[in-house]
Design a protein around this ligand. Structure first.
Ligand SMILES: [Zn+2]
Length: 280
């Protein structure tokens, strides 16, 4: 059976057996999205997704992480949640709080910190197996709500998720027919970004990879901040937005209706300028 068909089958079985997943997918079908345009095909979508409140406001400091049971470790996962093995070291799970259609979480079996170096090959292999999907990675300070357990995510392709560089934020694009070449060029970028942020355990970035016309594409979104100023404001000035790869690509996730209603173009521009790092 083709790998994508196995995933489709997992969706069928899990929606049959797992009530929470069934209702979250149903809710996702009715989700509200607002579109903002800057002309010249430059656009950003804002999604209102109340199920993301915990993930968006997750405390990811060391002590909060150590105190909570890790939701990606097998012993803590719901018993009804099943998955598909990938490369003998990962399990592909269905995300019960989807922000994309067919939202997948790909968790490493072992509980090791979120670090992507030397694992981009795994991302590219998965992108090859799932040609209708994008595969994405959020760094430990760039949107990952489990920075202590290595994981990737995936969802069905859409044009906004595959948008490269634009005027709102930077995106470095690596494209090649050779997986090895993409990995080598990523390593060069990694070393450069590390030299810009020598005090970080991993330079701040988000990654999106996919295969299109038999070519591997890797989009790197370098970051200079975890969350924008508005995240920490109080009352009316607060905007609970904690950008990950999907937000950086151009689909901003809000979990509170007030944020969805009040966000304007100026704030979108301001948020990107605070979290995106310019590469000259
Ligand atoms: Zn874990």
């Amino acid at each position: 059976m083709h790998f994508q068909q196995k995933i489709d089958q997992l969706f069928t079985e899990q929606q049959r057996d797992w009530k929470q997943l069934r209702s979250s997918i149903k809710q996702f079908d009715q989700i509200k999205v607002k579109e903002f345009n800057w002309g010249n095909e430059l656009k950003v979508d804002v999604q209102f997704n109340p199920s993301r409140i915990e993930s968006l406001s997750a405390k990811v400091d060391k002590s909060s992480i150590e105190e909570r049971p890790c939701f990606l470790c097998e012993k803590n996962r719901p018993t009804v949640q099943s998955g598909i093995p990938f490369l003998d070291k990962y399990i592909i799970l269905l995300n019960p709080f989807p922000i994309l259609r067919n939202h997948l979480t790909i968790a490493l079996h072992s509980h090791v910190p979120q670090r992507i170096r030397r694992k981009t090959g795994d991302m590219l292999t998965l992108a090859e197996l799932l040609p209708e999907y994008i595969i994405f990675y959020n760094g430990p300070k760039c949107g990952a709500s489990a920075p202590d357990h290595f994981h990737l995510q995936a969802g069905l392709k859409s044009p906004i998720l595959m948008a490269g560089e634009n005027e709102l934020r930077s995106c470095l694009v690596i494209e090649s027919t050779s997986k090895q070449e993409v990995e080598e060029r990523f390593e060069d970028v990694y070393q450069y970004l590390q030299s810009r942020q020598p005090d970080e355990e991993e330079p701040l970035f988000n990654l999106i990879t996919f295969v299109e016309n038999n070519r591997y594409l890797l989009h790197i979104f370098p970051r200079k901040a975890h969350r924008p100023r508005q995240f920490y404001e109080e009352g009316k000035r607060q905007l609970l937005i904690s950008p990950g790869a999907i937000d950086m690509a151009g689909l901003i996730i809000t979990a509170r209706e007030e944020d969805f209603n009040k966000i304007r173009k100026e704030e979108i521009e301001d948020i990107y300028s605070q979290v995106s790092m310019t590469i000259i």
